[in-house]
Design a protein around this ligand. Structure first.
Ligand code: AMP
Length: 328
């Protein structure tokens, strides 16, 4: 079975965009591949979080992935910092990664521009740590968005370079796995664009009913269609797209007909949409709270994940040490 590995950023809560754009596909993938998910707490150090920030966000994100349906028996979830051999591989890759090529990575250049006071070496070497995360387990595929494509190219470059330097065929080049065909872009309800944490328009899986309602009722609309079967402007299209994602077809068709007949009442549509989003989120929300309250279970999941991941990474590192000329 092919190995798939995916890193999870421990920043903030999961929103509907994350769920329908990524996590739902992960839940399906765990049945088709040998998946591993890790919470990238080392990567998060580039932003200098406090110890409490780290502890809390790791537990929160773990609860949310479990609540969404990641089954740790099928797909281990581990905390990156629990698997130390990765750090060693990171060091080896850093020795063969060059300043010029690291500085040319677009996400590094963006960060260097937007946070000139914190251009740290961790940001620069993000691609070597990412390569170590994946290659330590010899994963075949990595689910990534377009923004990670350059880091994937770097990973393949580091794998090839290692093989060339040591005259081995050891690391194979991992492929990017795009679930764009199955995943959906979840729109924001603030008029344009997609839902996102930094866009400030996110509906979180842990939001309570009142919060969901407040967010949906604020959605941008217009004065209504003035012609039969009029094309929908973006804010209205976004409202319908959201309804298509969370509501049943009958409900969607009803409001779509109302729109086409110029009889739409956006207030009614939003009420229905808020109720449907809540119906979708409620069971997940309940499970998030249950998992979050069960520290022992979370610790067990993370420990089991770490054991499985350490075993696989340690095996790789034994071989890598020998190739490099170190003791196994
Ligand atoms: P982020 O933490 O915002 O980088 O999101 C993590 C992943 O969630 C992204 O790589 C996407 O796969 C997915 N995602 C985030 N927002 C959306 C959205 N509005 N629609 C679809 N997918 C999304």
């Amino acid at each position: 079975m092919e190995k798939v590995i995916s890193g999870i950023r421990p920043t903030g809560n999961l929103h509907l965009g994350n769920y329908f754009g990524a996590v739902k596909s992960f839940v399906q993938m765990q049945n088709e591949y040998q998946c591993m998910f890790f919470i990238a707490d080392w990567h998060s150090l580039t932003t200098h979080p406090t110890p409490d920030n780290i502890r809390n966000s790791v537990r929160t994100i773990l609860s949310e992935y479990l609540a969404c349906g990641i089954d740790p028996e099928k797909a281990p979830i581990y905390v990156q910092s629990d698997v130390r051999p990765v750090l060693e591989l990171y060091l080896y890759f850093n020795m063969n990664a060059y300043l010029g090529e690291l500085e040319r990575v677009t996400s590094f250049k963006d960060k260097a521009r937007t946070q000139p006071d914190n251009v740290n070496a961790g940001l620069l070497t993000y691609p070597t740590l990412m390569a170590a995360d994946v290659l330590a387990h010899k994963a075949d595929k990595v689910p990534v968005g377009k923004d990670q494509e350059q880091n994937m190219e770097m990973m393949r470059l580091f794998a090839r370079r290692f093989n060339r330097i040591y005259g081995v065929e050891y690391f194979k080049e991992p492929e990017s796995y795009h679930f764009s065909a199955k995943a959906i872009k979840v729109p924001g309800l603030d008029g344009s664009g997609k839902m996102g944490k930094s866009e400030g328009n996110a509906i979180y899986l842990c939001d309570d009913e009142a919060t969901i309602k407040k967010k949906v009722m604020r959605a941008v609309t217009d004065g209504g269609p003035t012609m039969l079967n009029q094309e929908k402007p973006e804010p209205i299209r976004n409202l319908f797209t959201m309804m298509e994602i969370v509501s049943d077809k009958q409900t969607y068709d009803y409001f779509n007909d109302q729109y086409n007949n110029m009889a739409i009442r956006y207030g009614d549509m939003k009420k229905q949409l808020a109720a449907d989003i809540n119906a979708f989120c409620a069971p997940i929300r309940e499970r998030i709270l249950q998992y979050r309250a069960d520290e022992d279970y979370l610790t067990r999941v993370a420990r089991q994940g770490a054991e499985r991941a350490s075993e696989s990474a340690e095996q790789t590192l034994r071989e890598v040490r020998e190739i490099i000329g170190f003791r196994k």
